[in-house]
Design a protein around this ligand. Sequence first.
Ligand code: NAP
Length: 309
Amino acid sequence: MNNNDIYDVVIIGSGPSGLAAAIYAQRAKLNTITIEKQYMSGGQVLNTYEVDNYPGLPEINGFDMGQKFRQHAEKLGAKFIKDEVLELNIMDKIKKVHCKNNEFLTKTVIIATGAQHRLLEVKGEQELYGKGVSYCATCDGAFYKEKTVAVVGGGDVALEDAIFLSRLCKKVYLIHRRDEFRGVKILQEKVFSIDNIEVIWDTVVDEICGENEVTSINVSNVKTKDNKTLDVDGVFVAIGIIPNSHIFEKHLKLDEANYIIANEDCKTSVDGVFVAGDVRTKALRQIVTAVSDGANAITSIEKYLATKF
Ligand code: NAP
């Protein structure tokens, strides 16, 4: 690979949004390279036990889905390089992407670095991930029909998850570390009106228990210090997500939660720099919306290249 080439597009990240962008870029005949930090593509989807809400691919596991996206991009001739982006020089018309082992010159950049769920960091969380521990009620709720689950958190997502799960599950414990919710009043009122949601205040999860699947959680009250065990089939952790935006924060406009600000056209505050997927400001973070961003970003880039170069 000749690093003196000036690419049309450098895509940073190879989750669903980056791979969709790679596919659209190949079809648009743009000279593109995708930089991936990890050898295996797929982003957060890789760790999803079963994806059952992507049209046309029912019951597929996240790993297979990531591979399918990747193979599709490769079949169209997409080029990938394993490296880690350290720094960007994006204020000029030709941009420089500095990685650990390479440096790339490019007319446009797509940031598709995704986000990660904040972890509870308790015993059993990692071991039982995908076996009862989930970070996405919309994705995994359907596996808990008529079962008992716990939702952890007190923000909008935890409240929405509890409401959503209450329609499927026999019982939902909503466990929050304080005695008032952070989430909006209208969601709070809804939660309080639902019979099969039991709110447990001032309480933290100390351990998620089970051999091959979640069977219970140990919780403690932060005020009284009382401990108890709750029998549950699943734990939905909804304590916030962290966008992977830190290396871009000095160049781009971010919102108060550190998401890179852009509309559906994926244009950031800097000309020629685009953002796609979970790291972008948006209402719904799902594989299907990430993929949509990848397509929109390339469409915006085609227009940008036609007018600026
Ligand atoms: P969030 O608003 O940051 O809430 C995170 C919740 O998790 C807080 O209640 C927090 O407790 C709790 N928490 C954080 N770390 C914890 C830990 N280590 N252990 C236990 N609990 C912990 O996050 P979010 O609910 O994911 O929402 C993210 C953003 O999206 C928010 O700005 C939200 O308003 C927005 N959103 C909007 C909508 C909507 O408009 N319909 C829907 C969903 C999300 P404390 O309260 O004690 O800090």
